[in-house]
Design a protein around this ligand. Structure first.
Ligand SMILES: [Zn+2]
Ligand SMILES: [Zn+2]
Length: 211
């Protein structure tokens, strides 16, 4: 008898989990697999699911910038050199922050997409929704240009691609920041190399002074 009861209890456990699963999905589907950690000037601050590669991107960007300011600028450099160096570094870090922390264009029901229910009439001739695809995972209609990202587990408006280095998707709302960061990835190392050639530090005392 004891064995029979234990068999029944182990069979009931999955049923309980199946009933609670839709509620959990419903609460987290606004941002999918991403995290909204706050807002700044009314804009959500969103971090993507690829945290490890995101940390690598921050390291590859910020560490060279700090090292350049510490060791790459000569102590006797003119004010223009320091101003230009600091400006390039600040613009690079700002581009990184905007590209990695901004909302890529996550479609959220009731905020920037229209319906959460599949329309049984969808597909009929003359139906305006024919051009829109229905996402069964997010339970919403995708505007043209949108696509569901399996990594982020949400639909992205103006989907461009999923970028692990940005930690999330690149879409309609962070595409310009992504291009800004790409431009700085080219400009900043070029500036570092050129300025290092023409402004060789006379000694290492400036590094000690900065630190
Ligand atoms: Zn979706
Ligand atoms: Zn994605």
């Amino acid at each position: 008898m004891v064995d029979a009861e234990s068999v029944v209890s182990t069979e009931e456990t999955p049923l309980v989990k199946e009933k609670s699963a839709p509620a959990a999905t419903k609460t987290q589907n606004q941002w999918g697999n991403m995290w909204c950690i706050g807002s700044l000037f009314g804009q959500p601050i969103v971090i993507g699911p690829d945290i490890c590669t995101l940390v690598c991107t921050y390291s590859f960007t910020i560490i060279p910038c700090v090292l350049f300011l510490a060791f790459g600028v000569a102590d006797d450099s003119g004010t223009w050199m320091w101003a230009t160096s600091v400006t390039v570094v600040v613009f690079t870090i700002l581009a990184l922050l905007f590209a990695t922390l901004s909302d890529p264009g996550v479609l959220r029901i009731g905020i920037n997409c229209e319906s959460s229910e599949a329309d049984p009439e969808d597909g009929k001739a003359g139906d305006k929704r024919r051009k829109k695809r229905y996402c069964n995972m997010c339970k919403l209609y995708q505007p043209p240009g949108s696509q569901h990202c399996r990594a982020c587990k949400c639909c992205i408006s103006g989907f461009d691609h999923h970028c692990p280095w940005m930690g999330k998707c690149v879409g309609e709302r962070n595409l310009c920041y992504f291009y800004w960061y790409l431009a700085m990835v080219v400009i900043t190392p070029a500036f570092f190399m050129i300025s290092s050639i023409f402004n060789t530090p006379s000694d290492s005392s400036n590094a000690v002074r900065l630190l």
